[in-house]
Design a protein. Structure first.
Length: 255
């Protein structure tokens, strides 16, 4: 009963891999001021970390987002046709000439990529030296383990032995712990396999805001006007983010 009540009515009961779900989530983001303000914050951080010139920026998994308002000339993409998507592509097959991209941006996407080795190999070819992959991704902390395992619909397995996982669908297939596995738990292995990439920044963030906003699947648990109060609360616990963060901003630089 509680789950049915807090599910957002626009997307309740829809298949995650149905393109209609993505279209409806776009409406959810625009109708929830609290959630939209979170995306504004994320997109500002992504735009700040991208090189200013020297090629195009590809956004993988653009979905219901609006990063194009922050990055000019953005190439939006997804695995299926959707309003606002310029290119339909798979992250494991990037159809760009060598060195033509100054960056790749992803928001909650890497943990859906079933073969990260293939993706980073593809990106090495497309991203010019000095370019970057900039991501906002789930992160593993004592706090997030509880939330993601108990309250979130996506698989979350920090103990997974393999980086790859079965591809059941563009959104339903996932391991929410994958970014942490790649860049924290197995960092030495990643750096050995991909010497062309330098892990430049891992900034844990946002322990509370996304939860109380309800995200794209649930109703807002707090009114939009309270977003500033929650940001202030997170600043008060900023020193504890390493143990409480739900997400991380990750910057991987092409050498």
């Amino acid at each position: 009963m509680l789950k049915e009540w807090i599910e957002h009515p626009l997307t309740r009961g829809l298949d995650l891999d149905d393109p209609r779900t993505t279209d409806l989530r776009r409406q959810v983001i625009q109708r929830k001021p609290f959630l939209r303000s979170i995306y504004v914050d994320w997109y500002s951080q992504i735009a700040e970390a991208l090189p200013e010139s020297g090629g195009s920026v590809l956004e993988i998994g653009s979905g219901p987002g609006f990063l194009g308002e922050f990055v000019s000339g953005l190439i939006t993409s997804d695995m299926f046709c959707s309003p606002g998507v310029r290119v339909v592509l798979d992250a494991l097959h990037l159809p760009f000439a060598a060195g033509t991209l100054r960056g790749i941006a992803m928001t909650n996407v890497l943990h859906h990529v079933p073969d990260p080795r293939r993706f980073f190999s593809e990106a090495v070819h497309c991203v010019r030296p000095g370019g970057a992959i900039v991501m906002i991704e789930p992160w593993v902390t004592p706090w997030s383990r509880v939330i993601y395992k108990c309250l979130h619909h996506e698989p979350f397995d920090p103990e997974a032995k393999n980086w790859a996982f079965p591809s059941t669908g563009p959104l339903s297939g996932a391991n929410g712990a994958l970014p942490w596995i790649l860049f924290e738990r197995d960092r030495a292995c990643f750096e050995q396999e991909f010497p062309q990439w330098s892990i430049e920044l891992i900034a844990p963030l946002m322990p509370f805001q996304y939860i109380v906003s309800g995200g794209v699947s649930l109703r807002s648990l707090m009114p939009g006007w309270s977003a500033g109060l929650w940001r202030y609360l997170e600043k008060l616990v900023e020193g504890e983010r390493g143990g409480m963060a739900m997400f991380a901003r990750i910057v991987v630089r092409r050498l």
